[in-house]
Write a protein that binds this ligand. Sequence first.
Ligand code: PNW
Length: 476
Amino acid sequence: MTSCLMPLDTDRNQLKSNGMIHFPADFIWGSATSSYQIEGGADLDGKGPSIWDAFCSIPGKVFQNQNGSVACDHYHRFEEDVKLMQEMGIKAYRFSISWPRIMPTGRDTVNQAGVAFYSRLIDKLLEAGIEPWVTLYHWDLPLALQLEENGWLGPELPRLFAEYADICFRHFGDRVKNWITLNEPWVVAMLGYGQGVFAPGRTSNVDPYLAGHQLLLAHASAVERYRAKYQTGQKGRIGITNNCDWREPLTDNVQDQKAAQRALEFFLGWFADPVFFGDYPSSMRERVGVRLPEFKPEEKALLIGSSDFFGLNHYTTMYAAEATAVQASVYGNGGLSEDQDVTLSTDPAWPITDMGWAVVPWGCRKLLQWIDDRYSHPEVVITENGCAYPDEISNGRVHDQNRIAFMEGYLSEIRAAIGQGVHVSGYFAWSLMDNFEWASGYSKRFGLHHVNFETLVRTPKDSALWYSKVIQKNGF
Ligand code: PNW
């Protein structure tokens, strides 16, 4: 029998001892947020407008026409929020910097008040013993760049993003050692330029591939800048965060297995293949044809190896089947799923969250194994995982047993993946607190802390207390 005292490094297969699931000793336990979703202060102290400020002002785009102009008022309450994390024992905090708070028009002029805000936040985190993980772009593009450059379709965007990133490295890189260039370029491209449900609200079956291309080049340009000017001195790391659901073949017939593989290539391979291999998956090239832009040789060279870790946001799983002509016309969603010829479905027996997303913990393990195989054993950091439920306060408590069950389920499967040899180094719960859930406004609560959006009072949910114990014991 294996001794329960045996260090995990020498026995990564040891899942349980005394009924406990243990994580590797240096596992990074974190929580995550993003600027537009929590900060508020949308036009304070020189901040310029972002595409999300503008998108929210279009009637019908966001639940009850809500917006992020106050959100959680984190801009004024960040010290309290750092304390919440300190009380929980959180080791790392992933937040994003608002580009238009740093550069109100997206270029040239730097807003010193914006720099000062993030500088104070970073100092407070470090004082509290919390490692900052900074995302440079979590969807709040300066509105000026949308109007002047056609947003991510504009050829100048990669250069402008690198200039902005450079300002951030210069001001914060002495203290920030973990950088994430982009959050979920798939969502930006698909939901922002394909389906039009997120800012800037475009619909097209061409633009998503162009926007995605520019996003990849922007990522590569920022990484090039960091490595050339800062990484040696500042000794930090930089990478990209992609999102992907798991796609399980509906049946074990070959067509459905191929469909599931293709769905993963169109989802994660679209953005991860260029970063690891220098080009898009061949399945995309064959099916998307001339709508998929080509990388120049020097761009490929910049892209390959441009992520020091594999940032992954994961929420749910669906079945994938080869689409038939009939199904495609019924379930197609405006061009892009036709490109894949995949029909997605769920098992009605799977529990679902308030987003309508199925809770399928084993899908997370299978996805981690798929990543490990395809990208040759990268270091994976789970930069988001979590769930929305309609949490209510009673007597000062929120009994969100469903969220605890969700996290237990996903963390168990993550630990199982580690046991199989996948290198997962950290987990960031989405989210530290209830916040502005994009097109769903304040109607979906993802937080470990409940936020009353009238009084802005934060209350730790039972899941926050549970997560705090997980961190303390390095397992559960
Ligand atoms: C992520 N999808 O968004 C974001 O990084 C967060 O800002 C967000 O609050 C969180 O997940 C929960 O939604 C996603 O449609 C939005 O597949 C949509 C999708 C995936 C992720």
